[in-house]
Design a protein around this ligand. Structure first.
Ligand SMILES: Cc1cc2nc3c(=O)[nH]c(=O)nc-3n(C[C@H](O)[C@H](O)[C@H](O)COP(=O)(O)O)c2cc1C
Length: 211
């Protein structure tokens, strides 16, 4: 790979130094030690409105609500991978973060396929795997390979001090960074050797038939 690979990390926690920050910093350090440039941005403290369902992005190729979402879209365009991390709220990711992700993934109309995605979830006790599923779905619909680790990507605690004691969780974060770096570099080599996978024109059907 000629240029240094880039990963964008988004923290969906309102807390600058909470559990999610601790977990994501472990992934960041691991990616960096494997030669990946990382930008970590906290967005969980920012109130963004949810998708209005206006479909204007189909024409504009960006969100009609011109806020941080469009700035993040440009960063995602340039990145080879993205990590999205969230605290668990009622067995789901932070709702404000989901509002941002809905708009980011729906309104940014550039091809995201073969950018690597990874999710991280943090909870005091329960709801991690349900939240993990929700976050991974942004990647699975976008043709994005999902980086995994030695366990589901979760760190437990009520704050950074607890997270520090979750040795297995932090190891999972380190391995996630290593696996993600490897995947990104392998995909770059694969594109050089074989080219990107051929794309078909999108077929778009509804379940409802009126004929
Ligand atoms: C509104 C709200 C709902 C929460 N729901 C859950 C939950 O369903 N399961 C759980 O284990 N912890 C729950 N928690 C605790 C947080 O997930 C936990 O403290 C987490 O470490 C916070 O991450 P942060 O420090 O990065 O913000 C909840 C916290 C809040 C504020």
């Amino acid at each position: 790979m000629e240029k240094m690979p880039k990963v964008l990390i988004l923290s969906g926690s309102p807390h600058e130094n909470g559990t999610t920050a601790r977990a994501l910093n472990e992934v960041k350090a691991s990616l960096e030690s494997d030669g990946v440039e990382v930008e970590l941005i906290r967005v969980g403290h920012i109130t963004v409105s949810g998708c209005k369902g206006c479909y204007a992005c189909g024409k504009l190729k960006k969100c009609v609500i011109d806020d941080i979402v469009n700035e993040l879209a440009e960063k995602l365009r340039e990145a080879d991978g993205i990590v999205i991390g969230s605290p668990v709220y009622y067995a789901s990711p932070n709702g404000a973060f989901l509002a941002l992700l809905d708009r980011l993934f729906y309104s940014s109309r550039f091809d995201k396929s073969m950018k690597v995605g990874a999710s991280v979830v943090c909870a005091r006790r329960g709801g991690c795997t349900a939240s993990f599923d929700v976050l991974n779905k942004y990647f699975a619909i976008s043709g994005m390979p999902i980086a995994s680790s030695t366990y589901w990507n979760q760190v437990h605690g009520s704050g950074a001090e607890d997270a520090e004691c979750d040795a297995e969780g932090l190891q999972t974060m380190r391995m996630l960074g290593k696996n993600m770096a490897f995947l990104i570099k392998s995909i770059a080599l694969g594109k050089e050797a074989f080219g990107a996978p051929e794309r078909e024109k999108k077929i778009y059907t509804n379940f409802i038939r009126r004929d």
